[in-house]
Structure formats: C-alpha cells, structure tokens
Design a protein. Structure first.
Length: 130
C-alpha cells in the first residue's frame, strides 16, 4: 500500500512540474490534483487502519476469505461428513423449490457472497476438464 501512496504522490509531483512548465492548463491541474489528493487521503486512512488493526482479526479475515475461496473445491473433494460440516459452517438455512436451492449464508459469508464481483466467475475461455 505504501507503493500505491508513492505512485499517487509521484503523479501529483509530476503533474505540478508539468503545470509549471506550461504543459498542462490550470483547469486540468486543479481537477487532477483534487482527485489525487483525495486518493492520497484515502490511502493514508487505509494505512492507518491497517496499522491499528488487531492482528488476530486480520488473520481471521484472511482465513474466512480463504475458506470462501476454497469452499467449492472442499465440498466436491471431501466425504459426506466433511461436506455437512462445511455447510453448517457457511450456511444458516436454505430455501428449496421444485428445482432450485436458495442458500442463506451465515455472517460474514453473507457479505462475501452478496458481492457479485467477489463471487467465482465462469472462465471466459473454458477448457475441458482433465
């Protein structure tokens, strides 16, 4: 995250030099510098949050994301008792109709699976499985 902050500051410094050299106009400088200063502030806040974070909570969050990421593989590769254990860990309830199952996830998995961009996506170039 420090390198991201450095990159934003470098962009800001370079644009300022371009402004002084007359390569960019005042309107462009004002707009971009405002954007980059806001981005710099957000990065600084995030870095402060990480510095003040409880290491145990960070480790727990990493484990939760790892489990969410591996849940499908674990489910299909394990025996029935382990599958049941995994389902009890991740799900609170399921609704069923004639064709579909609608899972209700336990916290914090509900937040992960509610975010479309965090869900697994089908490969845009599917290949036959081995």
């Amino acid at each position: 995250m420090g390198s991201l902050l450095s990159a934003v500051r470098h962009r800001l410094d370079q644009a300022y030099l371009d402004k002084l050299d007359g390569k960019i106009n005042e309107e462009f400088w004002t707009r971009k510098s405002t954007e980059w200063l806001a981005e710099e502030h957000q990065i600084s806040l995030a870095m402060q949050g990480l510095a003040n974070a409880n290491p145990d909570r960070i480790i727990d969050a990493v484990r939760i994301f790892e489990l969410a990421n591996k849940a499908h593989f674990l489910y299909v590769s394990q025996p029935a008792p382990e599958k049941a254990k995994l389902l009890r860990m991740v799900l609170s309830n399921c609704a069923v109709d004639a064709v579909n199952i609608y899972p209700s996830y336990k916290k914090p998995f509900d937040l992960i699976f509610a975010r479309e961009e965090w869900r697994a996506r089908r490969d845009s170039n599917p290949r036959p499985s081995a």
